[in-house]
Design a protein around this ligand. Structure first.
Ligand code: IPE
Ligand code: IPE
Ligand code: MG
Length: 251
């Protein structure tokens, strides 16, 4: 089967729907707010759980495309520290789905050379979920094709609070705390700078995602609901990123 890159390159020679990928202008780290599962289900008169299941099905093609497009790291917002306020039944469904997904997708991702890491507080997560996280991180720790960070029970504010607590418990003096030191205390200090944030379902807000890391990220917001998000649109986002003029405060 022809690879996606080949298909991408092929499309280059076609005048319509062409996608141009310039490796020098490809984001190294893409962070995705996978939003809109509930609305996707509602529009079909289906229970919200069906939307979450449909959302999981999109993961493999998007991660595959990311790898082939030359992206080095992807962060997926799967469950926020605020999502606990949802009805108990939905939270339970999401945790169950997470376990099923881990079972089904972790071996597949491992085979493809992805390294999995989980961002967020482990406390409050059900024990089997913590075990699945540990297993996935351990199994994939030596892989180097693509880093996949899953933000689960994640909040940007809790990450900053947790970093601060750890700096204090390590006995750092105020003079030692600067931006470089602070960044070393985040959940994934080794991750490259977040270049691009994608948010599906049209909401123009950050919803407590990677508050520190997105300081200079570009934002691609699409009305497409997460279960309808395609490799094609992912590539369009990458291409759009390549057209941005990033000034980092300069002129
Ligand atoms: C995103 O979809 C998935 C999670 C937050 C877990 P939503 O469930 O937020 O879908 P909408 O926003 O209600 O459509
Ligand atoms: C953000 O979506 C969290 C995830 C995608 C996991 P939400 O649906 O929770 O965000 P709000 O409530 O619309 O801000
Ligand atoms: Mg939502």
């Amino acid at each position: 089967m022809e690879s996606l890159r080949e298909r991408v390159l092929q499309r280059r020679s076609e005048p319509k729907n062409s996608v141009h990928l310039d490796p020098a202008r490809t984001p190294r780290h893409v962070a995705i707010i996978m939003d809109g599962n509930g609305r996707w289900a509602q529009r079909r008169w289906l229970p919200r759980a069906a939307g979450h299941r449909a959302g999981v099905a999109v993961l493999t093609p998007i991660l595959e495309t990311a790898g082939e497009a030359g992206v080095k790291a992807v962060t997926l917002y799967a469950f926020s520290t605020e999502n606990w306020v949802r009805p108990e039944e939905e939270v339970h469904t999401l945790m169950e789905l997470f376990l099923q997904t881990a079972k089904g997708k972790v071996p597949e991702l491992h085979e493809r050379g992805a390294r999995l890491r989980f961002l967020g507080r482990r406390e409050r997560l059900p024990e089997p979920v913590c075990e699945a996280i540990q297993h996935a991180e351990e199994l994939t720790k030596n892989n180097d094709k693509l880093d996949v960070y899953v933000a689960l029970n994640y909040g940007g504010r809790s990450e900053i609070v947790d970093a601060t607590r750890r700096m204090i418990s390590d006995g750092l003096s105020p003079e030692e705390v600067d931006e470089t030191t602070f960044a070393r205390y985040l959940y994934a200090p080794e991750a490259p700078e977040v270049d691009l944030v994608i948010r599906t379902s049209g909401e123009l807000r950050v919803s407590n995602f990677l508050l520190w890391q997105i300081a200079y990220a570009e934002f691609y917001v699409t009305d497409t609901l997460w279960p309808d998000f395609s490799s094609e649109e992912f590539l369009r986002a990458i291409e759009w990123f390549g057209s941005r003029s990033r000034r980092w405060g300069g002129v």
